[in-house]
Design a binder for this molecule. Structure first.
Ligand code: GRG
Length: 299
């Protein structure tokens, strides 16, 4: 993996270009049948988004001195899953939104059935990418990595978190209930991005546990900031409809503790995440910079 210390913005742009090229190559050719489905998959994935999950996978790969080609596959898999979750989340039967990444959502640009299938196919493609080539010397470890992603996004992970979210709209949630929902809905995939990136390289048990702690803090911090931005920012800046949580009467960190306290909580999580990285040296620099980016971002 590249370890020269270019500035963070340069590093981030380079990795965003890398993942765009990897995804472009992995996604099905739009000229091949079923063309409309392939086009919708590409529409949902390419040319937008911050690519936070791939960036975390690349940064964790650097911390574990992993081979770049392996991390490319992990980074692509987590972004494909993320794109699938956004397509499904935007559907009328879920969050019913028309704006994503600054343009019409997938079901608006295509149609509901195509968007549903595009999400399904993106999820399958993610596992195809993880299983298709060797990611570690020991095949049993690769099977563990595949299982880790499956668990992170299944009924006890992201999909479960989404189910809790849908069931609790309009309900009052306690802080532990809200945290439980967000750890599953958003946190598990972010955690998997870090852990899988690191598992492409060399990581002893202590370092893996430290990265796991970092990833849990990063996942929750991401969602706390997302709640603040939904309340305080505008749709143009976010590229998605702002202010929806309050309009839908959803429990969020802002509704429970107020925006100022939610920002302080995100800052506490940033400090915890940085503490988790204390056993590491310069190899974890990008992870340190990424937690700052996640907590201080404006979109
Ligand atoms: C449909 C199974 C299923 C799950 C959906 C992740 C999720 C669960 C829904 C997404 C809706 C949402 C607003 C979640 C909160 C945090 C989040 C994931 C925001 C979007 O992620 P960003 O900011 O988006 O990384 P970009 O566009 O930058 O990739």
């Amino acid at each position: 993996m590249e370890t020269n210390r270019t500035d963070f913005a340069g590093w981030m742009q380079a990795r965003q270009r890398d993942i765009e090229a990897v995804l472009e190559a992995i996604l099905p050719d739009p000229g091949r049948s079923p063309a409309r489905l392939h086009e919708a998959m590409r529409y949902a994935v390419l040319g937008g988004g911050k690519r936070v999950r791939p960036l975390l996978a690349y940064a964790a790969g650097e911390a574990a001195r992993a081979e770049r080609a392996r991390v490319d596959r992990v980074a692509a898999a987590v972004e494909l899953v993320h794109a699938y979750s956004l397509v499904h989340d935007d559907l009328p039967c879920m969050d019913d939104d028309v704006l994503r990444r600054g343009r019409p959502t997938c079901h608006v640009a295509y149609d509901e059935a195509t968007a549903l299938l595009a999400g399904d196919a993106l999820q399958s493609l993610a596992f195809d990418v993880l299983a298709g080539q060797a990611l570690c010397v020991n095949p049993a470890e690769q099977v563990e990595m595949i299982a880790l992603l499956a668990c992170a996004i299944g009924s006890r992970g992201m999909a479960g978190g989404q189910a809790i979210d849908l069931a609790s709209t309009g309900q009052e949630l306690s802080l532990p209930e809200l945290e439980n929902m967000h750890i599953h809905k958003t946190g598990e995939l972010i955690r998997a991005s870090v852990v899988l990136g690191a598992r492409c390289g060399d990581c002893d048990g202590g370092s893996a546990a430290a990265l796991d702690r970092f990833a849990r803090c990063a996942g929750l911090a991401f969602q706390v900031v997302d709640d603040v931005l939904d309340a305080e920012s505008d749709s143009e800046t976010l590229g998605k409809t702002a202010g929806k949580d309050a309009r839908q009467n959803k429990a969020t960190y802002v509704s429970i503790m107020g925006a100022a306290q939610a920002r302080r909580f995100a800052e506490d999580l940033r400090v915890d995440a940085l503490q988790a990285l204390l056993p590491f040296g310069a190899e974890a620099a990008r992870l340190r910079e990424l937690i700052d980016f996640i907590v201080l971002r404006r979109h």
